[in-house]
Design a protein around this ligand. Structure first.
Ligand SMILES: [Zn+2]
Length: 451
């Protein structure tokens, strides 16, 4: 199968950040075979099975969102204004009442929303991550997926009491490891399972150490939330006498294969610990800003710490993440020119790919790479005049402008419509599932917040 996109503006995100006007991309057997001027590419590949007209359109790599919890769309409309209390008061307690079917319904919707937003690779951490694998296979997205393990007593944790349970730990590790045995490398390699203990406070040292051992034994990457709250710092200091970064590092969960989510509460020598670990930061500027936090990513990048972008949870328009990244960095530094558009586009694509060990495969539009890309229609409200296609993208584009999305050369979105799942049904099922789950939550906890 071959496909040619011609007469488009191509944002390559290659090492020279080339922007090709009147450009073309030729795709063969799921990979990018050629990119360049329309005239050159068309004359070299005159017999494409399919031709997509790209006049007025912009082609760029699909976004790599390195931190997601699609199932947390349960909390859309309920957790945005309550601060960090939602972590122990809503997120963890929901895991005690929501069914796997409800989680699947809510998460499937958001997987689809992200694809419609130009996201072609996600890193999903989820209590029931395994439940999504068949849907991910059918949807066609590329996804790292990890069961978000914990061995703390959740209802005690909501009351600031910390105790860890061996039986729960064994069950959680079994779920995570069984998932890896069943799904790692499947769906044409699009699914990669990871070991992902949720966070420091919900993990005993034994859970972190066992997660590291499993990751090494099975060849899996890792992820964990670290540096997300003053409360986390206080609890880890109380329980273990060290910072969350030191605690994660000391038990193997801050390493070169770790996607370290958030990292906005950093003190003492935490930045040195992070830099020495070679872990990458999954920066979630939109979610973090809503919670009143900004990670020091300009400093991180100056110290060689890889910074990538994640949408985290509840939100669904990945273009907002790029804008939030720029705004947050400028508020943090006081410098209105820091983090230029081409840099944030690189964080959203190539830097994410590299941090996930996939820099040779995805993240840019270059010959030989997998055809994971998106095309936006710029002849729409909000994108004219088009004097600089990269700035227009970063500052003015939205999910609604995404016309075409491909993963491995397969079309997932075409003519602004999802092709690999039924959007109306996803919306209806997710709404019904969330209502049912919250009904049980309120019955158990007496309101929308467990205390
Ligand atoms: Zn998270």
């Amino acid at each position: 199968m071959s496909l040619l996109i011609r007469n488009a503006t191509v944002l390559t995100v290659d090492p020279a950040d080339r922007v090709i006007e009147d450009g073309a991309v030729y795709i063969e057997d799921g990979r990018i075979a050629a990119v360049g001027s329309s005239a050159a590419v068309e004359s070299a590949h005159p017999r494409a099975a399919r031709v997509v007209e790209g006049a007025g359109k912009v082609v760029l790599p699909g976004f790599v969102s390195t931190h997601n919890h699609v199932g947390n769309t349960f909390f859309r409309g309920l957790a945005e204004d309550v601060g960090l209390g939602c972590v122990t008061g809503q997120y963890f307690p929901m895991a005690t009442v929501a069914t796997r079917e409800e989680r699947l319904a809510v998460g499937s919707l958001t997987y689809a929303e992200l694809v419609k937003s130009g996201v072609t690779t996600t890193f999903e951490m989820e209590e029931e991550a395994d439940v999504f694998a068949p849907f991910v296979e059918a949807l066609g997205v590329r996804s790292f997926m990890g069961v978000m393990t914990f061995d703390a007593d959740i209802d005690a944790m909501a009351k600031d009491v910390y105790r860890y349970d061996e039986a729960r730990r064994e069950a959680q590790l079994r779920q995570a490891i069984d998932f890896a045995h069943e799904w790692h490398g499947r769906a044409g390699g699009r699914i990669q399972v990871a070991m992902t203990p949720n966070m420091t406070i919900s993990s005993s040292p034994e859970l972190l150490r066992a997660s590291r051992e499993a990751a090494d034994r099975l060849g899996l990457r890792t992820s964990i939330h670290v540096g997300w709250g003053e409360y986390e710092v206080e609890v880890i200091r109380r329980l273990h006498g060290k910072s969350p970064f030191e605690y994660a590092r000391d038990w193997g969960m801050l390493a070169a294969d770790t996607m370290c989510a958030h990292c906005y509460v950093v003190g003492g020598s935490d930045t040195e610990v992070l830099a020495a670990s070679k872990a990458a930061v999954a920066h979630c500027p939109l979610m973090n800003a809503v919670r009143g936090h900004v990670a020091p990513i300009v400093e991180y990048r100056s110290r060689g710490i890889p910074v990538t972008l994640g949408i985290d949870n509840m939100f669904a328009d990945h273009f907002e993440v790029l804008r939030a990244c720029v705004s947050a960095a400028r508020v943090k530094t006081g410098d209105p020119t820091v983090l230029q558009s081409s840099e944030v586009l690189r964080l959203a694509t190539m830097e994410g790919a590299e941090a996930l060990g996939m820099g040779a495969e995805i993240g840019s539009i270059e010959p030989g790479k997998r055809a994971d890309l998106q095309m936006l229609d710029y002849r729409r409200f909000g994108l004219t005049p088009n004097l600089d296609p990269v700035r227009n993208l970063v500052y003015h584009a939205h999910s609604k402008d995404v016309e075409l999305v491909m993963v491995d050369g397969n079309v997932l979105v075409e003519d602004f419509e999802l092709k690999t799942a039924d959007a109306s049904r996803l919306i209806d099922d997710a709404g019904a599932a969330a209502e049912a789950a919250w009904g049980r939550f309120v019955a158990k906890y007496g309101g929308f917040m467990a205390r």
